[in-house]
Design a protein around this ligand. Sequence first.
Ligand SMILES: NC(=O)c1ccc[n+]([C@@H]2O[C@H](COP(=O)([O-])OP(=O)(O)OC[C@H]3O[C@@H](n4cnc5c(N)ncnc54)[C@H](OP(=O)(O)O)[C@@H]3O)[C@@H](O)[C@H]2O)c1
Length: 245
Amino acid sequence: MNRLENKKIVVTGASSGFGEAIALACAQEGADVALVARRADKLEALANRIRSMGRTAIVCPCDVGEQAQIEATVAAARTGLGRIDVLVNNAGMNVSHRRIDATTTEEWDQIINVNLTSAWLFTKIVMPEMVERRDGTIVNIGSKAANYPSLLAGVAYSASKLGMHALTRVTNEEGNPHMVRACTINPGVGATPILDLRPKPPSAEDRAKMMQAEDVAMTVVFAASLPQRANVERIDLYPTDVSVG
Ligand SMILES: NC(=O)c1ccc[n+]([C@@H]2O[C@H](COP(=O)([O-])OP(=O)(O)OC[C@H]3O[C@@H](n4cnc5c(N)ncnc54)[C@H](OP(=O)(O)O)[C@@H]3O)[C@@H](O)[C@H]2O)c1
């Protein structure tokens, strides 16, 4: 029996890295998925792979920094999937500037908007149907930077990921009485394109030692497939080889 048989799952940031692997792993476990990101061509390619596995995949091109686009995306996902059982708030970004003095107001606003505000908005729009059905799981992709804010991750990025803890806690406070649950997964460094924006991007050798996107995807499947009576609120998922950060 597949662990997510016939679950309807929305994955943001599905065009690359963790999100792409999460959508694929969910489909491999029997889920139908709505794929959300800006790059429609990448989403189409992933959707075709998922459809060839016999599952439904809906392509939802969306800039999660825009409220109207989030609203349209959730409406399209509901139409295409019928309902939303699991929401994975994974879309995220960083900029090259990491220091307080170098970060511009525009960069700060963009990071908070894309990494944190979008997760709150998706939650706000999706949660009522979960509450009504007394079933639903929201997975927020945080970061090790939430537990250890740092210059390496940057001031705005660290702040945005710390905010995910608050969002998850309050989602549980509101949702748990209605059997809706939320989990933050805090990955340490993983080999995805987001690392290209580091002031000094890691070498190919170091990337090979890091966690891979599939590792995060397996963890999302675990959290989403536990019986609804059990809720893991937070998972810290770090590379075993500490030399990579
Ligand atoms: N890799 C790591 O070391 C690491 C560690 C801890 C946490 N994380 C978190 O994991 C999540 C996934 O990151 P990743 O490592 O997989 O990086 P990635 O490969 O760069 O993927 C980022 C994803 O977010 C999407 N995205 C970015 N801005 C968006 C916007 N305005 N609207 C819609 N989608 C947007 C991108 O899609 P489009 O560009 O197509 O829009 C892409 O699919 C992020 O939240 C990141 O902060 C990563």
